[in-house]
Design a protein around this ligand. Structure first.
Ligand code: RET
Length: 240
């Protein structure tokens, strides 16, 4: 098992913030009786729970492997647990947005499929050791999935959200914009970080991913769950 370096401080902070976020969401949803709103709590609570476990595993060095690559002497430190986390939490975040928009099953399926494609090909980019060029090629494939996903978010899902009553459309727009902004930073951090061109050292890359993860999960969840009255107006089971 590899030992994390000084970047582990960010991983411990990430563990603590995700755990606190999860506890806060559990507290907020504790006495929720309304099944429509319960759906949002169930989805939103699992997101920081999964992330807290992933951060804990990385902080302990379990979620870390050292990858020997032919183009440099030093091994690459790869925090693979991130990808296990993202594989489950990014579909859940999209499910929150889709529930809010009242999306049908086909739209949800498309979003989740593109998202899984993005994470799996991003993971291939991360662990491939053939050459640096091939890593960037797989990064490009993953980014292709990401762009298609963004397209569905701003086209089909936004059109569906606009048909929802009350403040649901506004809340959807806020969360969608936050999602687009934060998620777009991930491929950039990967590319300039140690997995890509190594312009930024692992210490700062780990800090950047932690801030992004906490904002995209706990920040997103707070914005969603604090709007109790809005959540009730969202029709979870939309007409096909
Ligand atoms: C990778 C690298 C390859 C190219 C792309 C990526 C995108 C990752 C994204 C991750 C989002 C994570 C979130 C986590 C939890 O809150 C895999 C970094 C496009 C968009 C939102």
């Amino acid at each position: 098992m590899a030992q994390p370096g000084t970047e582990s401080i960010w991983l411990w902070i990430g563990t603590a913030l995700m755990a606190l976020g999860a506890l806060a969401f559990i507290g907020m949803g504790w006495r929720e009786e309304d099944p429509e709103r319960q759906a949002f709590y169930i989805v939103t609570i699992f997101i920081p729970v999964i992330a807290a476990l992933s951060y804990f595993s990385m902080a302990m060095g379990f979620g870390l492997i050292e990858l020997q690559v032919p183009w440099q002497e030093a091994a690459l430190d790869i925090y693979w647990a991130r990808y296990a986390d993202w594989l489950f939490t990014t579909p859940l975040l999209l499910l929150d947005l889709a529930l809010l928009a009242g999306a049908n099953r086909n739209t949800i399926g498309t979003l989740v499929g593109l998202d899984v494609g993005m994470i799996v090909t991003g993971f291939i980019a991360t662990i491939i050791t053939v050459s640096q060029t091939f890593r960037i090629v797989w990064w490009g494939i993953s980014s292709g999935f990401f762009l298609a996903l963004l397209y569905i978010l701003v086209s089909r899902l936004s059109a569906q959200a606009a048909t929802q009553p009350g403040d649901v459309g506004d809340l959807f727009s806020t969360l969608r914009n936050l999602t687009i902004l934060l998620w777009t930073a991930y491929p950039i951090v990967w590319l300039i970080g140690t997995e890509g061109l190594a312009l930024v050292p692992l210490y700062w890359e780990t800090a950047a991913f932690m801030v992004l993860d906490v904002s995209a999960k706990v920040g997103f969840g707070f914005l969603l769950l604090r709007s109790r009255s809005t959540l009730e107006q969202a029709t979870v089971e939309a007409p096909e």
